[in-house]
Design a protein around this ligand. Structure first.
Ligand SMILES: CC(C)(COP(=O)(O)OP(=O)(O)OC[C@H]1O[C@@H](n2cnc3c(N)ncnc32)[C@H](O)[C@@H]1OP(=O)(O)O)[C@@H](O)C(=O)NCCC(=O)NCCS
Length: 165
């Protein structure tokens, strides 16, 4: 697991397309995240192939938060703990870069996305912190015909202790 770099953007885009669940952004968006937001993102690579990534950023109005925009694991690698390991590793690195300051993980998750809810629930359990769910992006903001589910916000934290300490 490592920071992303520009050369990862095409594979990141492909993982999202192949997920068939996540909203597909342009390759340019993944390139921007892989370069300008590398410090708050992580990729998992084996034998030169990307198997997953988490891309996040600090919202300017909530710098103590790490907002996870997208997290994905390749179909073949799912269910073996990679998603959780990427989240743990990213949060540990970001906290280290910020001299151990407490961090709250945030993500919006559609109500029907049970894998994603299990991923963030497991993260909260491992770190011994609560999950708070708030109304956030309503369906009417995401699609005129309401074809996109609402995206409530999960706030997980504050995380003030590393798992390894
Ligand atoms: C969500 C996703 C990243 C999880 O990755 P993963 O590597 O399979 O997750 P893990 O193996 O670390 O499992 C994390 C937890 O979720 C659970 N889980 C995994 N897949 C699940 C599923 N399909 N349904 C219910 N729970 C599931 C695991 O049992 C584990 O729970 P635990 O911590 O209580 O043991 C992956 O399923 C994926 O890429 N989904 C498509 C993209 C997506 O929906 N992204 C999230 C929205 S941004």
């Amino acid at each position: 697991m490592r920071r992303p770099e520009g050369a990862d953007a095409l594979a990141m885009h492909r993982l999202v397309v192949e997920s068939k669940v996540l909203d597909e952004n342009s390759t340019y968006a993944y390139l921007l995240m892989a370069t300008e937001f590398a410090d708050t993102s992580i990729v998992a690579e084996r034998d030169g192939q990307l198997h997953g990534f988490v891309m996040g950023y600090h919202p300017p109005t909530r710098p103590e938060a790490l907002f996870v925009w997208q997290v994905v694991v390749a179909h073949a690698a799912r269910g073996s703990g990679l998603g959780g390991a990427m989240l743990d590793s990213l949060v540990e690195r970001v906290r280290r870069d910020r001299h151990g300051h407490p961090l709250t993980l945030e993500a919006t998750v559609a109500p029907s996305n049970s894998a994603s809810r299990a991923l963030f629930g497991g993260f909260a359990r491992r770190h011994g912190v609560p999950v708070i769910e708030l109304p956030w992006y309503g369906a009417e903001l995401l699609d005129a015909e309401l074809a996109h589910e609402e995206e409530p916000l999960l706030r997980i934290g504050p995380i003030a202790v590393d798992l390894t300490s």
